[in-house]
Design a binder for this molecule. Structure first.
Ligand code: PRP
Ligand code: URA
Length: 209
């Protein structure tokens, strides 16, 4: 069954408040999306496997714990997921990075795929899918379908703002995928934008309209 974690740490809530504000321009918006992603990386990676390694300190031999960081794949959904990459890489610098290009059709809100380049996925590896917005859930479901088709088994989905409708759809389609969000909002509007949300995440990040 899907685990849904709303990461409402005060630092995250404060930064989410700033990016929701329509007065926040793209430079600050981008910086904050990156910072929030870095803070979220801490919790999302909490159950990563560790291996023992024997080393010498200047005083004695000891066994330390090490991560197999290259067994983590970060997979942003283009465009807006790109804004979450740098923050995540700050904490997991050796992660592999894959890309899934999807955009929502304006009339149907269904995702259209235009690009997919994923790293090799081995059994023990963790795939972390990144997208600031989980609205209808269509884009997240489509991206995870592509990762599973390539052999991905251990997958987590990380977003900033989630609509209840998206959480429900994603949990139903992929009950094995845990969802991490910085905020759970009220609902979708009639054109499937999140309320109160933050508007179009791609446009807010890159200053486009
Ligand atoms: C946004 C967002 C998600 C998707 C969420 O992307 O970044 O990928 O919408 O909506 P959904 O849950 O209903 O699928 P958009 O399609 O606007 O593309 P863009 O990132 O290229 O602007
Ligand atoms: N995509 C966005 O960028 N924002 C929304 O509110 C919904 C989908």
């Amino acid at each position: 069954m899907t685990k849904v974690m709303i990461m409402d740490h005060p630092l995250i809530q404060h930064k989410i408040g700033i990016i929701r504000n329509e007065k926040t321009e793209h430079k600050v918006f981008r910086e904050l999306v990156s910072e929030i992603s870095m803070l979220m990386a801490y919790e999302v990676t909490r159950d990563l496997a560790l291996e023992d390694e024997v080393i010498r300190t200047p005083m004695a031999q000891t066994t330390v714990k090490t991560l197999q960081e290259d067994q983590v794949s970060l997979i942003p959904i283009l465009r807006a997921g790109l804004g979450m990459i740098d923050g995540m890489l700050t904490l997991i610098p050796n992660a592999r990075v894959g890309f899934v290009g999807l955009y929502r059709d304006h009339d149907t809100s269904k995702p259209i795929e235009y690009y997919c380049k994923l790293p090799d996925i081995v059994d023990e590896s963790l795939s972390i899918v990144l997208d600031p917005m989980l609205a209808t859930g269509g884009s997240a479901i489509a991206a995870i379908n592509l990762i599973k088709a390539k052999g991905g088994k251990n997958i987590k989905f990380v977003c900033l703002i989630a609509a209840p409708e998206g959480i429900e759809a994603l949990s139903k389609a992929h009950p094995d995928v845990d969802i991490y969000a910085a905020a759970k909002d009220e609902r979708l509007n009639e054109i499937n934008y999140i309320l109160p949300g933050l508007g179009d995440a791609g446009d807010r990040l890159y200053g486009t309209k």
